[in-house]
Ligand binder design. Structure first.
Ligand code: FAD
Length: 566
């Protein structure tokens, strides 16, 4: 067993984790900063962010406008005090990353260019072509190398250990040699990303399995609003790879199988640039009405994204998706239609935290998609996540460094640590019931796509709960064939599947109990928003008998909920 101590311990090397690491190192060079990641940081999912990062940079725009767009987008579930503070923190991050070398796309006069995005009332998405995440991540990683940040790449976190209500240790497996490694941090930042790979048809990297949410939840830190899963309107069929919203913001149309543009029926003012929940439902209704195309790309029905009339913009402003359409579907977007279908894209829920990034446990912070502040409420606006990673990663890094300065390391809780070590080697690796981890994962994903998707109703949700309970039983009988200690991915997947099963249960239960439709959560049996009963965050707390759900009112400052239309 190896033991490693860092004053500030960051879990996750994506955009939020890297930004936090830089902030902690800058805050106090005397504080040691360690960053643990199951992936090499530049393989984190953040590199695939495409279209842009919203920030108020133009004097004609305003913080109130950005806040209101976010609140309306959230279907009034976002906490307005947090949103008001958040939008003010973002512009500095754009200029800071600009100074660090991020190649933000420019206007002819040299100023940073901004474009429209879904449900924005001002074009405020800054972008680096359609490779925003890639360029921001390269910038952050190069900047991080300037400091003495200790990178622990390819360490897989399995458990958070708390003792006396305080952070004590994080147990990990060093994937390179299988060594059980215990990390201690005086403060710990959770920045382990979302949980989207609970679903089959998803825009997410396969590594996004909700580990951070599940690890925190199992340790007793509540999760918030997990039932709100975003479905992005334009996942490429059949792979699910994202075709960025910027394609519609730059002028792309959605067409049914007969070539008819249909978004005017659902969003008469915004058309294709309505919010994602609205556009995804519109596509699904078109498909249900028999106006979807089918046949050419497997079993999935789809509609078309038409970029032919903006062909002159593709090479400069949308080069990556043009390339993706060509490489994955053999389609030339300049003169052919792209088949698309809604795909799982973002986890609005996460660790119950706030705009200061604190959680229910002093010394533990959360940032990025792993956190639920709540800024995004029931539906995140496109271009509002990468800015959250930057702005609140920065807040978390500083706060965790400040906390570390005034606290000392507790004595390691060896009893709990040894229990986890035993659990890995003497329980997980020795189970011998013959159940296959990958098959359980596949069945879980099929269940979530089918029963907890864009449209939800009581009976399928009940079915989902039953299916998850059965999958949990099968999970107890897994056999991990690979007994090796070098990059034992089967063991890693087994942990990830265990995490996802817990989260699936919380998501389904939250969806079942939320008897209204709000943002991305659409109940066919309760099609209206119910502000009287459900202007509430769902808080899920761990118990041995399953999640306990309680509710907390949303914070409203100056925008009373009204009918939401685009
Ligand atoms: C295809 C796509 C395009 C997008 N485009 C945009 C966009 O244009 N604009 C926008 O604002 N948002 C966009 N988003 C959303 C945005 O990219 C993500 O929400 C954001 O990048 C998440 O960053 P993160 O740092 O929170 O998590 P991630 O980048 O997912 O990083 C998570 C980190 O945690 C580590 N980790 C996870 N589990 C463990 C474990 N058990 N042990 C150790 N380490 C672990 C991983 O190794 C990784 O380093 C897009 C999302 C998708 C799917």
């Amino acid at each position: 067993m190896e033991k490693i101590r860092e004053d500030v311990l960051i879990l996750g090397g994506g955009m939020a984790g890297l930004r936090a690491a830089i902030a902690a190192a800058e805050y106090n060079p005397g504080v040691s900063v360690g960053l643990v990641s199951k992936l090499y940081p530049l393989r984190s999912h953040s590199v695939s962010a495409e279209g842009g990062t919203s920030a108020v940079l133009n004097p004609k725009d305003s913080f109130d406008l950005h806040a209101f767009d976010t609140i309306k987008g959230s279907d009034y579930l976002g906490d307005q005090d947090a949103i008001e503070e958040f939008v003010r923190l973002v512009p500095e991050q754009i200029y800071t990353t600009d100074h660090w070398g991020c190649p933000w796309s420019r206007n002819p006069d040299g100023t940073i260019s901004q474009r429209d995005f879904g449900a924005l009332s001002f074009p405020r998405a800054t972008f680096a072509a359609d490779k925003t995440g890639f360029h921001v991540m390269q910038t952050l990683f190069s900047r991080a190398l300037k400091y003495d940040i200790h990178f622990y790449n390819e360490y897989f976190a399995t458990k958070l250990i708390l003792a006396d209500g305080k952070p004590n240790a994080v147990t990990t497996i060093n994937l390179r040699n299988g060594e059980f490694t215990v990390f201690q941090g005086k403060s710990i930042i959770f920045a382990m990303g979302g949980a989207g790979r609970l679903y089959q048809f998803a825009t997410y990297a396969h590594s996004v399995t909700g580990d951070g949410d599940a690890i925190a939840y199992r340790a007793g830190i509540p999760l918030k609003d997990m039932e709100f899963i975003q479905f992005h309107p334009t996942g490429l069929v059949p792979s699910g790879i994202l075709i960025t919203e910027a394609a519609r913001a730059e002028g792309g149309y959605l067409l049914d199988k007969d070539g008819k543009r249909f978004m005017g029926t659902y969003a008469p003012h915004k058309f294709e640039t309505a919010s994602r929940d609205v556009v995804s439902r519109a596509i699904m209704w078109e498909i249900e009405a028999g106006r979807g195309a089918k046949g050419e790309y497997g079993d999935m029905d789809y509609v078309f994204l038409d970029l032919r009339h903006i062909a002159d913009k593709l090479d400069e402003r949308l080069p990556m998706i043009t390339d993706i359409a060509k490489k994955f579907n053999g389609i030339d977007a300049h003169n052919e239609l792209i088949p698309v279908h809604p795909a799982t894209h973002y986890t609005m829920g996460g660790i119950d935290s706030n705009v200061k990034t604190t959680t229910s446990i002093p010394g533990i912070y959360a940032a990025g998609e792993n956190a639920c502040v709540s800024i995004h409420g029931a539906n995140r606006l496109g271009s509002n996540s990468t800015n959250e990673c930057l702005a609140l990663g920065n807040v978390a890094g500083k706060a965790a460094a400040e906390y570390a300065v005034s606290h000392s390391f507790p004595e390691l809780d060896m009893k709990q640590i040894e229990e986890e070590e035993k659990h890995i080697w003497e329980d997980m690796l020795r189970r011998d019931g013959g159940e296959n981890v990958a098959k359980i994962r596949e069945d879980l994903r099929i269940n979530m796509d089918k029963n907890v998707g864009v449209f939800r109703t009581e009976a399928p949700l009940q079915n989902s709960l039953k299916n998850i309970a059965a999958l949990k039983e099968r999970y107890q009988k897994i056999t991990i064939e690979d007994k090796s200690s070098t990059f034992n991915l089967e063991l890693e997947w087994a942990f990830e599947v265990g995490f996802m099963l817990d989260l699936a249960e919380i998501i389904t239960l939250g969806a079942l109990q939320r008897k209204e439709s709000r943002g991305a959560h659409y109940r066919r049996d309760f099609p209206d928003r119910d502000d009287k009963n459900f202007m509430m965050h769902t808080i899920a707390t761990y118990s041995d008998n399953g999640p306990i759900l309680t509710y907390r009112p949303v914070v409203v400052t100056k925008w009373q909920p009204t009918v939401r239309s685009y």
